[in-house]
Design a protein around this ligand. Structure first.
Ligand code: COA
Length: 274
């Protein structure tokens, strides 16, 4: 796709479709999001949304390169934020143009399941990329944080909103106002991270959950994602009504019939609406 964003298509175990493993590949700058990465991520989202074979998207950061002789190895990073060097001298007009309709929003708006596989720093825009995914699997060396306050800024890729939904008002306030990092154990404890594993286990654990999700009906997964999302934007009364409607509509889908028949016949469902 591009030098800075690589896509590996991993076959689904049930033989149908692929998991798109998307690697942000700028390890010398801790995979920070410059405009090239942002543009490539947006392009990846259009590709993943329109490609019927893609069942699930896993996003990760490239591991460190071997250092030149005498230099230290750079730390592991998911994404260490927006590329700060691109902030120099910019005013509100340019930033508004760049941050409107951005790549993180494109990830958030994917109708397909998304998983962030986090090894190392997920700071600023990196924390926001992770929070824009549906699920986060992290290694014990993951570090989350919103350090923008130290630059005289706040999160600008939806982080204030998505973080508040994920960890609650108080923790989001603490993270954004202090700019302090949250280590992997704390991130797991406060609900940023769904599953915490050793660095060695990270890829297998992430692909295991991706494969489990990818084995379900794409149609039903889309409905599930949209319906859970309704909880973020609606009162509980309205949300329950939205769910009731979505649930009832699924009874007209071929996949409901396929799923129920497969259960009764002790068979594996062969979904139609992928
Ligand atoms: N934007 C641009 N470059 C970045 C970056 C960012 N957000 N984060 C790291 N880098 C670059 C560094 O400038 C350095 O480049 P160099 O080797 O050419 O000098 C390289 O990545 C390695 O980072 P370095 O700071 O040397 O690693 P470290 O182990 O000493 O520290 C961090 C790691 C993550 C603590 C530190 O890089 C950092 O604080 N990054 C910025 C995090 C941030 O504020 N993000 C929010 C941005 S809005």
């Amino acid at each position: 796709m591009s030098e800075v964003v690589n896509i590996e298509e991993i076959p689904c175990e049930n033989g149908d479709g692929v998991i798109a493993k998307v690697t942000i590949n700028r390890p010398d700058k801790l995979n920070s999001l410059n405009q090239e990465v942002v543009a490539a991520l947006k392009k990846m989202c259009s590709w993943a949304e329109s490609n019927d074979s893609v069942r699930c998207v896993v996003i990760c950061g490239a591991g460190p390169n071997l250092p030149p002789e005498g230099k230290r190895t750079k730390p592991n990073a998911f994404v260490a934020g927006a590329d700060i060097t691109e902030f120099i001298g910019k005013g509100s007009k340019e930033i508004r143009d760049i941050f409107t309709d951005n790549a993180i929003e494109a990830i958030w708006n994917l109708s397909k399941p998304t998983i962030a596989m986090v090894d190392g720093f997920a700071l600023g825009g990196g924390c926001e990329v992770a929070c824009s995914c549906d699920i986060r699997i992290a290694s014990s060396r993951a570090t989350f944080g919103t350090p923008e306050i130290k630059l005289g800024l706040i999160p600008g890729y939806g982080g204030t909103q998505r973080l508040a939904h994920l960890v609650g008002y108080g923790k989001a306030m603490e993270m954004v106002m202090t700019g302090n990092n949250v280590d992997a154990d704390e991130a797991y404890r406060i609900g940023i991270v769904n599953q915490l594993v050793s660095p060695d286990e990270l890829e297998n654990a992430t692909l295991k959950i991706a494969q489990t999700i990818a084995s379900k009906s794409m149609h039903t997964l889309r409905v599930a994602k949209k319906t859970i999302r309704a909880a973020l934007d609606n009162s509980i009364t309205d949300g329950v009504a939205i769910e009731a409607e979505a649930f009832a509509n699924l009874f007209d889908s071929e996949d409901k019939e396929i799923g129920v028949q497969a259960f009764i016949n002790r068979d594996t469902p062969q979904w139609k609406h992928r």
